[in-house]
Design a protein around this ligand. Sequence first.
Ligand SMILES: *[C@@H]1O[C@H](CO)[C@@H](O)[C@H](O)[C@H]1NC(C)=O
Ligand SMILES: *[C@@H]1O[C@H](CO)[C@@H](O)[C@H](O)[C@H]1NC(C)=O
Ligand SMILES: *[C@@H]1O[C@H](CO)[C@@H](O)[C@H](O)[C@H]1NC(C)=O
Ligand SMILES: *[C@@H]1O[C@H](CO)[C@@H](O)[C@H](O)[C@H]1NC(C)=O
Length: 188
Amino acid sequence: MPQLLLWFLFITFLTGAAVAAPGDEVSILLEFKNSLQIPSASSAVFQSWSTAVASPCNFTGVVCDSGNSVASIELSRLGIYGSIRFSSLCRLPSLSKLSLGANKLSGELTADLLKCSRLLHLDLASNTFFGEVPNLSLLTSLRVLNLSKNDFSGNFPWSSLANLTNLQSLSLGDNSFDQAPFPWRSPC
Ligand SMILES: *[C@@H]1O[C@H](CO)[C@@H](O)[C@H](O)[C@H]1NC(C)=O
Ligand SMILES: *[C@@H]1O[C@H](CO)[C@@H](O)[C@H](O)[C@H]1NC(C)=O
Ligand SMILES: *[C@@H]1O[C@H](CO)[C@@H](O)[C@H](O)[C@H]1NC(C)=O
Ligand SMILES: *[C@@H]1O[C@H](CO)[C@@H](O)[C@H](O)[C@H]1NC(C)=O
């Protein structure tokens, strides 16, 4: 009898471990959804964002990698409000694309954003994010960074770009950054 119980616990442990990751991803995405105010015109988009849908890969605007882990979130032009808790969102282990442009999102880019270390594409353009942009030098995979048309201020962390050797597109216009000479290095 104790042996049977042990087996039961062992098997529960095994299956529990196997499903833990996808379940976590669903709860991270639902936490993100709950932090948003969604205008009724966009509510249909978020209808699939529910525990009733078996996989987060079937949430509208979400694309998964071959391992069924969330790789991309694309929710542009939906009129959504709210501030993003990067401490939660950046727990998605495979997130490489976050595209939330042309909404009404607000808040500061906290250093928690740096936990999104797999990011290749970050588009937060045309929102009302404010405050200083944190030192981005840990986001070494970034190819596209679009922070244009927000209310960012202070000094843009130019020196952190030295570490972003994959960067192909950088848009920062229409913000309230402090004026600073454009940094450049002479070709040598
Ligand atoms: C996603 O939805 C489709 C039907 O729209 C279904 O065939 C597929 O099995 C679902 N995938 C997952 C992982 O739930
Ligand atoms: C931000 O810039 C990227 C790259 O140029 C572009 O593809 C994207 O559409 C821009 N985002 C918005 C909201 O305009
Ligand atoms: C540059 O990125 C690497 C990770 O690829 C990190 O270890 C290093 O600290 C970063 N450098 C700076 C100056 O932040
Ligand atoms: C960002 O941090 C790195 C070290 O982690 C440092 O070398 C770099 O000067 C910092 N950049 C800014 C703009 O603070």
